[in-house]
Design a protein around this ligand. Structure first.
Ligand SMILES: C[S@@+](CC[C@H](N)C(=O)[O-])C[C@H]1O[C@@H](n2cnc3c(N)ncnc32)[C@H](O)[C@@H]1O
Length: 251
C-alpha cells in the first residue's frame, strides 16, 4: 500500500508546486509561514525533521530560519524535486538540508535526536496516524516540539460535491477544459482512517494519547487568505479554508 501511495505522489510531483496551498506562492506567503513558525520555536539552531516533506516547501522555510533540516518522504520523485530546489546552483542559496527516502510512520532515526518534528498535509494520508504521532514523539528530544498542519479538505459529502460541481462547471465555461482531479483510488482510501482530512479535534486526541503537552490549536485563516489572493476566480469562489496547525511539546 505504501508503494501505491508513493506512486500517486511520484505522478503528482511534476505539477505539485503549481497549486496554491501546495507550492508557496510568493514572498508574502513565505514570510507569513516563517513568522508563524518562528513564534512557535525555541531559540537556537534546531534539528528539524520534516516528515512527508514532499517537494520540500516547509523544510526549506525551516532551513531559511537557520536550522538543520532532514526531509523524509516515500516518493523518490517528490524528493528529487526537493533536492533540485535546494541545489545551490538552482536556488543561488546554501541550505542546511538533507533529504532521504523512508516511511514517516516509522521514521528511521535514533530516539531523541530532533528538536522539532513538522509535517504538513501528511497526517490524513497515513494508514496509522496514531502510531505515527507516537513515533514522532520518540525521535524528539525532551523539550522538543511537534507541529502538524492538516485540514478538512472536502468538508461534508454534500458540500464537497456542490463545491466541486461549481468549480468544474466554471472551469469548463471559462477555460474550456474539464479539470482532472487527483484522487486516491478506493484501494488506498479504504485503508485510511482520515481520507478527507483530519479534524483538529482528532489531531489533538492523537497528541494527547501520545503524551504531548501544552497543546495549541492555531488558526491558519491569515495564510489561507494570502493563498486565496493568488487563486483564479473559479477557485476563489469555491475556496473554503479549513487548515489548522496543532502544536505540542514533549516535556
Ligand atoms: C500532500 S503531500 C505534502 C508534501 C509536503 N509536506 C507539503 O507540505 O507540501 C503528501 C506527501 O506525503 C508523502 N507521504 C505519504 N505517506 C508517507 C509516508 N508514510 N512516509 C513518508 N512520506 C509519505 C507523499 O509522498 C507526499 O510527498
Amino acid at each position: 500500500m505504501k508503494l501505491d501511495i508513493a506512486h500517486v505522489w511520484d505522478v503528482s510531483s511534476a505539477t505539485y508546486d503549481d497549486k496554491e496551498g501546495h507550492g508557496i506562492q510568493g514572498e508574502i506567503e513565505r514570510e507569513a509561514w516563517k513568522t508563524l513558525f518562528q513564534s512557535l520555536l525555541p531559540p537556537g539552531r534546531l534539528e528539524v525533521l520534516d516528515a512527508g516533506c514532499g517537494t520540500g516547501e516547509v523544510g526549506i522555510l525551516f532551513a531559511e530560519l537557520g536550522n538543520h533540516v532532514t526531509g523524509l518522504d516515500l516518493s523518490e520523485k517528490m524528493l528529487a524535486k526537493a533536492r533540485e530546489k535546494t541545489r545551490e546552483k538552482t536556488s543561488g542559496k546554501q541550505y542546511d538540508i538533507t533529504f532521504r527516502a523512508g516511511d514517516a510512520e516509522n521514521p528511521p532515526f535514533e530516539a531523541g535526536i530532533f528538536d522539532v518534528v513538522v509535517t504538513r498535509h501528511l497526517l490524513w494520508t497515513l494508514p496509522h496516524p496514531e502510531t505515527a504521532v507516537r513515533n514522532w514523539k520518540k525521535v524528539l528530544r525532551k523539550g522538543g516540539v511537534i507541529i502538524v498542519i492538516d485540514g478538512l479538505y472536502n468538508g461534508g459529502l454534500i458540500e464537497r460535491k456542490t463545491r466541486q460541481f461549481i468549480s468544474d462547471f466554471l472551469t469548463l465555461l471559462v477555460e474550456r477544459r474539464y479539470p482532472g482531479r487527483r484522487q486516491y483510488p478506493d484501494k488506498i482510501k479504504n485503508e485510511l482512517p482520515n481520507p478527507n482530512g483530519v479534524p483538529p479535534k482528532k489531531t489533538i486526541e492523537y497528541f494527547r494519547k501520545a503524551g504531548f503537552e501544552n497543546i495549541k490549536d492555531l488558526d491558519l485563516k491569515e495564510i489561507s487568505e494570502i493563498q486565496k489572493e493568488k487563486m483564479s476566480f473559479r477557485k476563489r469562489i469555491v475556496f473554503k479554508p479549513q487548515s489548522h496547525l496543532i502544536y505540542g511539546e514533549k516535556v
